[in-house]
Design a protein around this ligand. Structure first.
Ligand SMILES: *Cc1c(COP(=O)(O)O)cnc(C)c1O
Length: 360
């Protein structure tokens, strides 16, 4: 018997599964498994990262003032209430550390992002899974599952892996139904892809118990740099600033993200292509007889007849050098999540799936 044992809950964590990036025996692969920007990041961001190497012997600044100001200016936020993290994953984790813990509950939805459960368990809290309805977050189900022990409710909007969306009226109804001791976290990892959506920023400003998380990993194409942030009421951001590592963001991360935020023209171009292409991909999948909801993100969820067919389609795509995500652990054994790629990538995916369906 080992004398050294981790805190309760930690061994219940299943290791995080990232989108695959390799196929045995294939050198060139088309990776559409992690919702990355197929065009990469802004050239100005990579130039800023390259320029930062002359400063690598210096500690980064602790208050992140310059990057917070850049984010605040673009999004019309109060810079004092932005807290930067090593990806939004860090903000999710710090929220669980600060507000949940043994004996308290953290709510997430049936097909919700894996990090909510992982972070809840790693801080000894109890994750509570609530059903979704037709692959959408169900506000009534969340409200029905609240208990006096619920401290955090996490929803991703647009959601991953479903790509579905709740409008502001539904979010407001959810916010109105929560007790004051319960914090609602609106994970806006894909907010940029939903036309006209502010990620919930205005809702955050109107309440005391809502936090929005955002990231540079998706629309900004900087998943490898690890930068995200939370935006919330001052009483929450003051807590998060106390428990985050003071030097959590590196010099390249701070400088690269700031240059990326400043280059809105580049982001807008990527978003326009994504909007056209996700529609073409969705239409193409439906024409092939597959199920596919309208996407509000940079990926689509293609639904097959059953789990075996989805596995066979996954294998077929791999044989063509295409890696997508089989989201079994998200409750979709019968579906494949496909990141919207460049136009030529999407043509390749649709052609491969047409061949798969034709051969079936
Ligand atoms: C990709 C993703 C994130 C972003 O994680 P980072 O740590 O910012 O890279 C957060 N939430 C959801 C739902 C995601 O899909």
């Amino acid at each position: 018997m080992a004398q050294i044992s981790p805190q309760p809950g930690i061994m219940d964590i299943a290791l995080y599964q990232a989108g695959e990036s390799r196929i045995e025996g294939q050198a060139e692969v088309l990776k559409l498994s992690a919702n990355e920007n197929p065009f990469g990041c802004s050239p100005k961001a990579s130039a800023a990262v390259a320029a930062s190497i002359s400063e690598l012997h210096r500690y980064p600044n602790v208050d992140h003032r310059s990057l917070r100001a850049a984010i605040a200016e673009i999004h019309g936020l109060d810079p004092a209430r932005i807290v930067l993290g090593v990806g939004s994953d860090e903000t999710i984790d710090k929220l669980c550390q600060a507000y949940a813990g043994p004996g308290l509950e953290v709510m997430h939805t049936q097909h919700g992002f894996a990090m909510y459960r992982i972070s809840a368990l790693s801080h000894g809290a109890t994750p509570v899974e609530v059903p979704e309805k037709d692959r959408r977050v169900d506000v009534d189900a969340i409200l029905a599952h609240l208990t006096p022990l619920t401290r955090l409710v996490f929803i991703a909007n647009p959601a991953n892996p479903t790509a579905t969306f709740l409008d502001i009226a539904e979010l407001t109804r959810l916010a109105d139904g929560l007790p004051p001791e319960c914090l609602l976290v609106l994970d806006g990892a894909y907010a940029e892809f939903a036309p006209g959506y502010d990620g919930g920023a205005a809702l955050v400003d109107s309440r005391d118990n809502i936090v929005m998380t955002r990231t540079f990993s998706k629309a900004y194409g900087l998943g490898g740099l690890r930068v995200g942030y939370g935006y919330g009421p001052a009483h929450v951001t003051e807590v998060l600033n106390r428990i985050r590592a003071p030097f959590n963001l590196s010099v390249p991360a701070l400088q690269g993200a700031e240059a990326a935020m400043a280059d809105q023209e580049w982001v807008q171009t990527c978003l326009e292509v994504n909007a056209q292409e996700r529609q073409r991909l969705t239409g193409g999948l439906i024409q092939l007889g597959l199920g596919c909801d309208d996407s509000f993100a940079n990926f689509v969820l293609a639904r097959f007849a059953d789990a075996d067919t989805a596995s066979a389609a996954d294998a077929f795509l791999k044989s063509r050098g295409i890696i997508v995500r089989h989201p079994k652990s998200y409750g979709f054994p019968d579906a494949l999540r496909i990141t919207v790629g460049r136009p030529e990538d999407n043509t390749r995916v649709l052609q491969a799936l047409a061949d798969f369906q034709g051969a079936a």
